[in-house]
Ligand binder design. Sequence first.
Ligand SMILES: Nc1ncnc2c1ncn2[C@@H]1O[C@H](COP(=O)(O)OP(=O)(O)OP(=O)(O)O)[C@@H](O)[C@H]1O
Length: 256
Amino acid sequence: MNNEGDHNGTVLEVHGLTKVYPGSAAPALDGLDLTVHRGEIVGLLGPNGAGKTTAISIMSTLLRPTAGRLSICGVDGVAHPERVRRHFGVVPQELALFDRLSAAENLTYFGRMYGLRGAALKEGVREGLRLAGLTERADAPVGSFSGGMKRRANLAAGILHRPPLLFLDEPTVGVDAQSRHLIMESLARLRDAGVAMVYTTHYMEEARRLISRVAIIDRGKRLDCGSPAALIAKHAGCADLDDLFLRLTGKQLRDG
Ligand SMILES: Nc1ncnc2c1ncn2[C@@H]1O[C@H](COP(=O)(O)OP(=O)(O)OP(=O)(O)O)[C@@H](O)[C@H]1O
């Protein structure tokens, strides 16, 4: 795995991460603190508009924070975005695949973008296709794929360069139960191999099975953080993560 040195197993550290979009009065993200260790999956849970995508975009250096610190594998990600980029992969909410290219061609393209060449590129593509359960369909154009197959290819594209950290923004949105199961299994395998992940989702129980800790955020603020079991035990009367989520964020609809 690609890593810059020993930082006591801490792969990602953010402090006071804040974003105020131009023209907005209220911050979309308001002082987020988060530490993620090797082999740990941290779920970011929050209702629509809570600030999850903003948080992932800043942590993956797509967006500059208004304030706050970001450290990835011990490197300052705000001062050195190019340098930290090789330490993580991103699986975005929007699919980033070329419909006319085959799965193998898409992965080769992304692998090159990550700086892979020659045998390492070939091996990365082969392993990505295997992880995504797409080996048999390697040469078919992605445009002919189902939603679930596209999501799986999207996941494979994010891990080609074997990063120690992966950001996933709702990786199972709009997929059937079978593809969701395969994605969950793939993520568990990556976790067991030591990959750290930050994972946003609306599916609470899916999150519960996979994650080590959950950070519940709303209106840009972190409301609570801990293992699902510890959080459920801490808030009396909550039977599961769904209960806890509604307790902390309220039952009011979030239509924008
Ligand atoms: N480019 C932007 N300019 C101005 N405001 C924005 C921009 N992007 C997001 N926002 C606002 O910032 C807040 C947080 O949005 P964000 O997309 O981070 O939330 P989210 O938790 O990812 O929501 P969802 O679950 O709907 O994807 C929202 O109020 C949103 O309207």
